[in-house]
Design a protein around this ligand. Structure first.
Ligand SMILES: [Zn+2]
Length: 102
């Protein structure tokens, strides 16, 4: 039985196509580092789940802007950054089912 906090975290992850076990698997695989910028997190800081990898909070904000306000994002980020973020978001469609890791 999961603790209440873990239960809620698991619920939130599942809504986004993940699970706690998959999160832990990816966290270990990325050594606790952001998939996009490669920065490691301070102990205890959560990375945000994306089906294609875990990202730090600043990167998650950038991805959010690229997804929801692409015109503004084009003015703010460099072409290289934009290309990387779009690639990251695109790949999620090809990601195999989260069931693989549960
Ligand atoms: Zn990052």
């Amino acid at each position: 039985m999961l603790h209440n906090r873990e239960y809620r975290k698991n619920y939130n992850l599942r809504r986004r196509g993940g699970s706690l076990s998959r999160y832990r698997y990816m966290y270990a695989e990325q050594n606790g580092k952001c998939k996009l910028c490669g920065k490691s997190q301070n102990a205890g800081r959560a990375l945000t789940f994306y089906p294609n990898g875990l990202v730090c909070v600043p990167c998650a904000c950038r991805l959010h802007l690229v997804q929801h306000d692409p015109d503004r994002a084009e003015h703010i980020y460099s072409t290289n950054d934009l290309a990387r973020m779009k690639e990251f978001l695109k790949k999620r469609l090809d990601t195999p089912s989260a069931m693989m890791y549960t």
